[in-house]
Design a protein around this ligand. Sequence first.
Ligand SMILES: [Ca+2]
Length: 149
Amino acid sequence: MATANVKPNSDGTVQWDMDPTGLADHYTYLDEGTNLGGGSPDDSNFVRTMTNNEYEEYGFEDSPGDAGQITQIDLHLRGQVNDTLNAAYIRLELYHSGGTPVTGNPKDVSQADLGGHGVTGEVTKTWSGLSLTKTQFDSLVLVQTFKTS
Ligand SMILES: [Ca+2]
């Protein structure tokens, strides 16, 4: 089974803050990728929020030209959750263009998933049993939402 790594390359609606403050698109703070995804993460720039239900939408690079039926998506997230209530998490959802959810939503990333309170870590969340064409895959949008509890 062939695999390919794609990284964020566009913004949809973006509500989190950029750190450091920047005029660039939000995805440019994330597109170094993750160690799990074979990238070179750079923690000197990132996006953050403390506001319940604020979300970010990202589009991704296209899959390779010879991509056939896509049956599984492993989403690698690098991040940190340090809400003082220890109950905060990040909700991940994938949508087709037009807003139809991908089977398997949502995937929640807890502090424990990332290694504990205030720890920067990486985790993989998997959508399996899919049957997506290249065209469908290439138009997917990720929504990541901060949840305080
Ligand atoms: Ca970064």
